[in-house]
Write a protein that binds this ligand. Structure first.
Ligand SMILES: Cc1cc2nc3c(=O)[nH]c(=O)nc-3n(C[C@H](O)[C@H](O)[C@H](O)COP(=O)(O)OP(=O)(O)OC[C@H]3O[C@@H](n4cnc5c(N)ncnc54)[C@H](O)[C@@H]3O)c2cc1C
Length: 282
């Protein structure tokens, strides 16, 4: 049961409230509130609202990386010039996210820390080789987003740690990235499957290929076999089909209320084909 509510105004206040243990952070509340009301999330004894911590908001280009404050809302991601210019795949994923109400409240930090295999911002962030910065009263550490997830709803964030930044390196010239999701309804639906493909366009194909999938494994995942199938290959029909086959074989979906594992593999195959055909057409 919640015994204490802290509306932190600084990172230090939030960390101090978290250091006592058994605390729950609330940012936009769009996961915390419905999950706790449905009994799927047990709130800690201290509720730490970070919404007014100014230092956790905003976006900046620092050296060769974009520093995204965890309180950046999904709507901000869709509209901000830095994201549209340098990381358009993230703006595109934000555009495909829920409804305007949820996009105005939900934050990128909440999407990362909720650690859902279906979190829509996670596939583009994996394509961008993003890292996360975590702070606690003991210090600060950085880790690759790819290493952050531990299972459905679970991450390697320790109790007492706050996500304080998401960092994406500036992509090199010629870098292109696409994101597609499939849900039974276009808005307000958790992805049944999502696919992201990125690389540097050269000689009619992709180099330094990165592939990521959502909702097909216990965590969002990179697709090394699909990356290997695509690396340096001209994007003709045979190469596209080979990559789509590799993708459907390397994902590890489950059957649940949204789809069977068989159907998810078929969706992965078809979405990979669709994305690659788009890339090939330029
Ligand atoms: C109707 C509806 C539709 C939705 N549609 C989509 C969708 O299309 N795609 C999608 O991906 N998601 C969707 N969601 C889920 C949710 O909106 C997103 O995951 C959103 O990004 C969560 O952000 P938040 O700020 O609301 O997180 P919160 O609910 O505030 O927090 C989520 C989790 O992260 C933790 N947390 C938040 N910020 C930090 C931080 N800085 N440091 C440490 N821990 C932190 C919280 O303790 C909690 O465990 C939907 C939710 C609803 C209710």
């Amino acid at each position: 049961m919640v015994e204490r509510y802290v509306a932190a105004k600084t990172v230090e206040e939030a960390l101090e409230a978290l250091s006592g243990g058994d605390a729950t952070v609330v940012a936009g509340g769009t996961d915390v509130m419905p999950q706790s009301q449905a009994g799927r999330l047990k709130l800690g004894r201290t509720l730490v609202n970070i919404r007014r911590v100014a230092a956790l908001s905003g976006l900046a280009l620092t050296g060769d990386e974009i520093n995204i404050g965890p309180l950046t809302t999904v709507a901000d991601l869709n509209e901000h010039d830095l994201i549209r210019q340098h990381l358009p795949v993230l703006a595109d994923a934000a555009d495909k996210f829920a409804s305007p109400q949820i996009r105005n409240m939900g934050t990128i930090g909440g999407n990362v820390c909720n650690a859902s295999p279906a979190g829509d911002l996670l596939v583009p962030l994996l394509l961008l080789n993003a890292e996360v910065e975590l702070r606690s009263s003991n210090g600060r550490r950085r880790m690759k987003l790819q290493d952050f997830f531990a299972g459905p709803g679970k991450s390697h964030k320790k109790p007492g740690e706050l996500l304080t930044a998401i960092l994406a390196p500036l992509p090199k010239a010629g870098f292109t990235a696409r994101f597609e999701k499939f849900g039974t309804r276009p808005a307000l639906d958790i992805s049944t499957v999502s696919v992201g493909i990125a690389g540097v366009m050269a000689y009619g194909g992709l180099q330094e290929v990165r592939v990521a999938f959502g909702a097909v494994a216990p965590t969002p995942m990179r697709g090394p076999a699909t990356e290997h199938a695509l690396e340096g290959k001209k994007l003709d029909d045979a190469a596209i089909e080979a990559a789509a086959q590799a993708a459907m074989q390397e994902v590890k979906p489950i059957s649940d209320v949204r789809a069977t594992d068989w159907y998810r593999r078929e969706l992965v195959h078809n979405l990979v084909r669709k994305v690659l055909q788009d890339v090939a057409r330029g």
